[in-house]
Design a binder for this molecule. Structure first.
Ligand SMILES: *[C@@H]1O[C@H](CO)[C@@H](O)[C@H](O)[C@H]1NC(C)=O
Length: 322
């Protein structure tokens, strides 16, 4: 069934973060800088990891995947939002809205799985250090990334198809800055029981599964670190998990914050502001968290900059000589 029976909905109105026009330039500037920082920071991580053979280990390849994902998440949401503010035209087409739902659900799910894969990687590194290179071979790493991608695509496809069967009867105003799955289900005027059920079950399975995996891995990691006798050994083992643990905490704290704030208030605009955190702020902070906390990345960054500067000088000199 298409959207609506007698009234064909061609688009929706995205209300954005605020209805105060004087705040729009501020929001525009803020989100533009956040977006550019996200692009720059994450691209730098991807380039550094790919250009440095010291970092061709599962942990850094997964981190670089996460950076790629961070770019994808913000790029499905922020550029569209910036255009809306700039043109003062808040209409998003039905197709545009559905693609935003599909992509944002896809990337959020993949993010979740990738964090669990990274926790497993840390678990193997600390609890089975002697077999690490055998267990985490490139085939397994590729397979883990591929499987989490496939599960996320299937889930996102299911959720989007479920949205397609809903009808929206009036001119729908979305109190949000992008078309978000949960929000859209609430705005439909047909029966949403099936949608709510599917969303609930898949959230429990797809968010609960990885979370259980992460908690289990860290339970094993902590009990294994506990058995190390020297304080220095303890610190060394734990420090390899530090960047992953910070990224995981940031991810789950913001998601929990959004969930609690939307449960506590009936005001959807408040929960829209809260969801800025995990859709926009987390992807920006991620590269800084793991590059600041991590010596390997810092050193690789230095090498990367030195090499780039050297290449730049060579090009300049070559041009001068011509
Ligand atoms: C993602 O991870 C896989 C498996 O480790 C790796 O082969 C690939 O290069 C990574 N992709 C990016 C963009 O980092």
């Amino acid at each position: 069934m298409g959207p609506g029976n007698d009234t064909q909905i061609s688009g929706f109105l995205l209300l954005g973060l605020t209805n105060k026009p004087e705040l729009q330039p501020l929001i525009f500037g803020l989100f533009l800088s956040i977006y550019l920082t996200t692009l720059f920071g994450n691209l730098l991580i991807i380039l550094t990891v790919s250009s440095d053979s010291h970092l061709h280990t599962p942990m850094y390849l997964f981190l670089s995947n996460l950076s790629f994902l961070d770019i994808c998440v913000t790029s499905t949401i922020v550029p569209k939002m910036l255009v809306h503010i700039q043109t003062q035209n808040n209409i998003i087409t039905y197709t545009g809205c559905m693609s935003q739902i599909f992509l944002s659900t896809l990337f959020a799910g993949w993010d979740d799985f990738l964090l669990a894969v990274m926790a497993y990687d840390r678990y193997v590194a600390i609890c089975h250090p002697l077999h690490y290179t055998v267990i985490m071979n490139p085939q397994l790493c590729g397979l883990l990334v591929l499987v989490s991608w496939i599960i996320s695509v299937l889930n996102s496809l299911l959720q989007s198809l479920m949205i397609l069967r809903l009808s929206f009867c009036r001119e729908v105003e979305i109190p949000h800055f992008f078309c978000e799955l949960h929000q859209m289900i609430q705005l439909a005027c047909s029966d949403t029981f099936l949608n709510d059920t599917v969303l609930y079950v898949s959230t429990v399975l797809l968010a609960g599964g990885p979370l259980a995996g992460i908690l289990y891995s860290y339970f094993k990691i902590i009990s294994s670190i506990h058995r190390i006798s020297s304080a220095q050994g303890k610190y060394k083992a734990f420090s390899t998990c530090a960047s992953h643990l910070s990224v995981v905490s940031l991810f789950y704290c913001t998601v929990l914050g959004v969930y609690l704030s939307s449960a506590a208030t009936q005001n959807s605009q408040t929960s829209a502001v809260a969801s800025v955190m995990y859709t926009v702020v987390t992807p920006m902070l991620n590269p800084f968290i793991y590059s600041l906390r991590n010596r390997d990345i810092k050193e690789a960054l230095m090498r990367f900059f030195r090499r780039t500067a050297l290449k730049g000088t060579i090009v300049l000199v070559a041009k001068k000589c011509h």
